[in-house]
Design a protein around this ligand. Structure first.
Ligand code: GDP
Ligand code: GDP
Length: 437
């Protein structure tokens, strides 16, 4: 399961700067989508080819005067108490302060494994900066400059080295014929109603995946002759009261579910539209590059007028993720589920499609021929050749020259051209542009 690393420190030491450095997606296109509300407290660090981990910025967690009210703060605090590793961030320029002492005292009580991180060491002597905090008694510490991205790789090494062993976790991808689905969404959109309905209907052939823990139950099921693995159904299934949903809603769990699935089904409540919390969940799925299906639930309770209103709202709010199919369902009555699973399959097929180099090059040539990039300040980008470089999401590497002059709108044109040509639905598509050959 995705381990959790919490950033703890007094205000202004650079937690959010470090958080951004660790979790920033390299996918500028996704990152800059208008209309995505980003929760700036939760993210995933995805170092290439290495272990991924969730990161939570606990904000102003310390000191009663900071005020521990508000669900976000409570959740952040709880997250720190559950973290596999806490990064205790201090300011190398200002040295230790009374507030740092307080935070440390709190940290000692939580007894979580803690690594001291001395930030803002740009222009400072690292050893001297670390020495400032020697009275805290950490046998080792890491110095970084988050603002200048210095020391970050070393920090990531240290973090990964201190995470608990992955243990005898089941390989969730042990059965490649099964499509791994996660139902995600804010509380009360209808996730448990849907999952319980699915499992109720398929009770005879649903089974818990051996080796999954109580916290994270995966369930195998079959539907219309196809095999699925529903990941992370624990919180969803066992819920008995509606208010439990609100209590139990955990962004970390959502992150873990997203990480484990191939297709994320984000559920919305048609009677409430797209809320900020929905947008946060959506953004987490987009960051992960997951195939996505939007299930608009509670469609049963709406009048024609309300349906029109809901459609307009969805078109407005979800316009930026138009590649995802939206399906109207009623978890309560079981309607729309066949269409939902068809959409899941289309998304899965698109996300996992394996491309050949020739077809990628032909597509690139065709896209280029029918609409070459425009000249920007006397320069024009040349797209020379391309090749596939991965699935889930489909990723294409494009080589050429003066690629820096490619506009966002041209990149969008390329993406749409590829989508159309290869009939890709329900999955993000990534392009990596490489200067030279
Ligand atoms: P937070 O309150 O702990 O989340 O702190 P922020 O990330 O908002 O940073 C507080 C201030 O410190 C901002 O003005 C940052 O630009 C600055 N800062 C963050 N990291 C560094 C660093 O590595 N070096 C220097 N010189 N400034 C930094
Ligand atoms: P979760 O927190 O996302 O798991 O949401 P629940 O499955 O607990 O559903 C929250 C509330 O919405 C419950 O009162 C459900 O009965 C209700 N609900 C769920 N699905 C539907 C639906 O399709 N139509 C209607 N009208 N109500 C629904």
């Amino acid at each position: 399961m995705l381990p959790l690393v919490a950033l703890v420190g007094r205000p202004n030491v650079g937690k959010s700067t470090l958080f951004n450095v660790l979790t920033r997606t390299r996918d500028a296109l996704v990152h800059d989508e208008p209309g995505v509300t980003r929760d700036r407290h939760y993210g995933v660090c995805r170092p290439e080819g290495r272990r991924h981990f969730a990161v939570v910025d606990t904000g102003g967690i310390a000191g009663e005067d900071e005020g521990l009210v508000g669900a976000t703060t409570r959740q952040a605090r709880a997250a720190a108490e559950e973290a596999d590793l806490v990064l205790f961030i201090v300011d190398g320029r200002e040295g230790a302060s009374a507030l740092d002492d307080e935070i440390l005292a709190w940290l000692r009580k939580t007894a979580r494994p803690t690594l001291l991180v001395v930030n803002k060491t740009d222009g400072l002597d690292s050893d001297a900066a670390i020495n400032e905090f020697s009275r805290y008694g950490f046998s080792d510490a890491v110095d970084v400059s988050s603002a200048h991205r210095r020391g970050i790789d070393e920090l990531i090494d240290e973090v990964i080295g201190r995470l608990p062993e992955e243990g005898a976790q089941v390989e969730l991808d042990s059965d490649p014929d099964r499509v791994r689905i996660a139902f995600i969404g804010r509380p009360n959109v209808g996730k448990s109603t849907l999952v319980n309905r699915l499992l109720g209907e398929e009770r005879m052939i649903a089974s818990e995946v051996p080796g999954t823990t109580r916290d994270s139950v995966a369930i195998d099921m079959e539907r219309d002759g196809r095999l699925y693995r529903l990941v992370d159904t624990a919180g969803v299934r066992r819920k008995s009261r509606v208010d439990e949903a609100v209590e139990k809603f955990s962004i970390i769990k959502t992150l873990q579910a997203i990480e484990q699935c191939q297709v994320a089904v984000i559920m919305l409540d048609a009677t409430e539209g797209v809320t900020d919390q929905d947008a946060t969940v959506l953004a987490l799925a987009l960051d992960a590059g997951r195939a996505l299906v939007v299930a608009i639930n509670k469609w049963d309770g709406l009048s024609d007028y309300q349906r029109e209103q809901a459609e307009a709202m969805l078109a407005r709010k979800l316009g930026f993720v138009s590649w995802a199919e939206a399906v109207r369902i009623s978890a309560k009555h079981g309607s729309g589920l066949r269409e939902l699973f068809r959409a899941v399959h289309r998304a899965h097929a698109s996300a996992t499609r394996v491309f050949g180099t020739t077809e990628v090059n032909n597509a690139l040539e065709a896209a280029y021929a029918s609409n070459p990039p425009a000249t920007v300040r006397g320069h024009v980008a040349k797209l020379r050749f391309g090749h596939p470089s991965g699935t889930n999401p489909p990723t294409f590497v494009i080589h050429g020259t003066r690629l820096r002059t490619l506009t966002e709108s041209y990149k969008r044109y390329l993406e749409n051209f590829f989508r159309k040509r290869f009939k890709l639905v329900g999955t993000p598509v990534r392009f990596v542009f490489k200067e030279g050959s």
